[in-house]
Design a protein around this ligand. Structure first.
Ligand SMILES: Cc1cc2nc3c(=O)[nH]c(=O)nc-3n(C[C@H](O)[C@H](O)[C@H](O)COP(=O)(O)OP(=O)(O)OC[C@H]3O[C@@H](n4cnc5c(N)ncnc54)[C@H](O)[C@@H]3O)c2cc1C
Length: 560
């Protein structure tokens, strides 16, 4: 059982600040006064939020509810307290219940007015934003207000659904059908066949049987329909660090912005256990924490999000010379925008070895950070790759583990790795380089590797008891969706930009005027969080010029 104190105990004052009367007065210009009778509901789990609710008089009882209907009181609000958490920034479904204990007079601040308030009122805005974030963290701790997943630990679909909600910063609970009486009761109540597990009970009462991430997202209100008549200034494909940076700068500079991602915000960086080399975080920060901050910042600036929504095509909007683009989505919906930023990143290449995917979560790594090193401290590990990233990882891991088996497909490291790295590896007694080597099989149980098999040249297959495999065999760009779009790619499928894409191109502009590419998906980019963020900021400057040419006032003047 965890002994760490709840955030409600440690940061109660910041979570539930009480505004002074003069501060409440300042907020009046952002909202409308509404009266509630004693006993009336101000908010209910699963219903669309009406925004931030500031209590002017009376008392309101706030409670969280789990997916099984159990209710726990969190706090009682009086005059000067405000109700709301992150969902209120964009009018998403509410995660708590709120009932008037007495007659209540309240100021209702709608989501768009709330965003205006956060920007216009610097000091008050900071306190309110901090409270909204901490309240979400509190709900994440308990899983309250989120869906309940009924399924067995270690089941692939349970991991998929839990991973999806975790990556999207959404509360959730999981019940084990073998151990939890409430899970058994749910299975009986809904006549669920064991083969249909996992099931998901949404806060609104809907039951989903082993849903896709998209079905689940729609059921809990994470993503809604796209307005087909809306024309955005910019549509950003990909919510990794590059797309998030564009969203923050575009939103803060007043551009109407839609940010799309087919999985979750954060991209590859969101999967990083600890980012150590991002400016300003000397002790490191988890990728998820860094990306969640950026995501909330984008929402504060009014950026609309469509996550998860997969983009499957890009074309010019009908009507010649409209200067607009249409993004086609997997849902058959369409997004129209005056400019498009491609930030769809890359996915690290996987090894084609039968059964390897079942060990991905616990035993196969695409990054060698202190976290992975800790997992395999003192053990033998295998590492596949011959480029500089493989070399750096081998050198680092050699200082933490008992032995690194470095498997190289070619005849040596010379042709693909920098000389200094190859020399350093040659000087390490616990790194053994195996040339012309290929992994032939993996063995293990319950997602944990027990042994790796490989063959050198035409030799016999060898089997080694190894629990951790590191893969550094390059990355493939996420550019399939650009097929037929007229956006030029390099030989490896990365997007060409600037002078490489055509003579008159702005920097970061693709071969199609008004379409830009940033971050890992861009040909020649540096594969780092900081460079993705930098390009995301930089591209917004150019967007203003393009939008000005399309008839929209430029906010900044830029030069080529
Ligand atoms: C495990 C790991 C750890 C890392 N650690 C570090 C580190 O410590 N320091 C560092 O500097 N770098 C690190 N990196 C590299 C860094 O994360 C990347 O360089 C960076 O994330 C690239 O950002 P990006 O926004 O360009 O692309 P990505 O992060 O790849 O994001 C692209 C996004 O686009 C979405 N997408 C793709 N196709 C579509 C589509 N058709 N429709 C909608 N959405 C789509 C994806 O779902 C994804 O969310 C790490 C990478 C990994 C994998």
């Amino acid at each position: 059982m965890s002994t760490s104190p709840s955030i409600i105990d440690t940061r109660r004052d910041q979570m539930f600040p009480v505004l002074e009367p003069f501060e409440s007065e300042r907020l009046h210009r952002f909202g409308k006064v509404r009266l509630y009778d004693a006993g009336a509901a101000l908010a209910k789990v699963g219903e669309l939020g009406i925004g931030l609710i500031l209590i002017l008089s009376g008392q309101v009882e706030i409670s969280r509810r789990d997916g099984l209907g159990h209710s726990t009181q969190i706090v009682t609000y009086g005059p000067g307290s405000f109700m709301g958490e992150l969902a209120q920034l964009s009018g998403r479904p509410t995660l708590i219940d709120a009932y008037a204990r007495t007659p209540v007079e309240a100021l209702i601040i709608s989501p768009d007015q709330l965003r205006a308030l956060l920007i216009a009122e610097a000091e008050l805005g900071e306190r309110i934003m901090r409270a909204l974030i901490l309240r979400r963290v509190g709900l994440l701790e308990t899983g309250a207000g989120g869906p309940v997943i009924v399924g067995r630990v270690g089941n692939g679909d349970v991991l998929r659904l839990e991973g999806f909600l975790r990556r999207n910063g959404h509360p959730r609970q999981r019940l084990d059908p073998d151990a939890d009486p409430e899970a058994k009761a749910l299975i009986e109540r809904f006549h669920v066949d064991p083969g249909e597990l996992p099931i998901v009970l949404c806060p609104g009462g809907e039951l989903l049987r082993n849903p896709s991430e998209n079905e689940l997202a729609r059921c809990i209100g994470l993503v809604g329909p796209i307005d087909p008549n809306r024309v955005y200034d910019v549509a950003i494909v990909g919510a990794g660090p590059a797309g998030l940076a564009t969203a923050v700068y575009a939103g803060s500079e007043g551009l109407t912005t839609l940010l799309l991602d087919c999985r979750a915000f954060g991209g590859q960086a969101g999967a990083s256990a600890r980012i150590e080399n991002y400016l300003g975080f000397p002790t490191g920060i988890t990728g998820m924490a860094l990306m969640a901050r950026a995501y909330n910042q984008a929402r504060k600036f009014g950026v609309e999000t469509a996550i998860p929504d997969k983009v499957i095509g890009l074309e010019a909007a009908s009507g010649s010379g409209s200067g607009r683009f249409v993004l086609k989505l997997a849902t058959n919906e369409r997004v129209t925008a005056r400019s498009v930023v491609i930030a769809s990143g890359a996915r690290y290449r996987q090894l084609a070895v039968e059964g390897l995917e079942s060990f991905e979560a616990a035993s196969v790594h695409y990054w060698a950070s202190p976290l992975e090193a800790k997992l395999c401290a003192g053990q033998e590990v295998a590492l596949v790759g011959a480029g500089n990233s493989a070399g750096q990882a081998a050198v680092y891991l050699a200082s933490q583990v008992s032995k690194v088996w470095l498997l190289v497909r070619g005849r040596g490291l010379g042709s693909s790795m920098s000389r200094y790295l190859a020399d350093r590896i040659a000087g390490l007694s616990n790194v053994e380089v195996l040339t012309r080597a290929a992994i032939t099989g993996v063995d293990g149980h319950d997602g944990v590797l027990e042994a790796i098999r490989w063959r050198r040249g035409t030799g016999e297959e060898e089997r080694h008891p190894i629990q951790h495999l590191f893969l550094f065999i390059g990355a493939d760009p996420n550019t399939d969706w650009l097929s037929g779009s007229g956006v030029a790619l390099d030989g490896k499928g990365f997007v060409l930009t600037g002078v490489d894409a055509g003579e008159d191109r702005y920097s970061l502009e693709t071969s199609r005027s008004g379409v830009f590419a940033i971050g890992d998906v861009r040909s020649g980019s540096v594969k780092r969080v900081a460079s993705a963020v930098g390009e995301g900021a930089q591209v917004v400057v150019t967007l203003h010029r393009v939008l000005a040419a399309a008839g929209r006032e430029p906010a900044t003047v830029v030069s080529r």
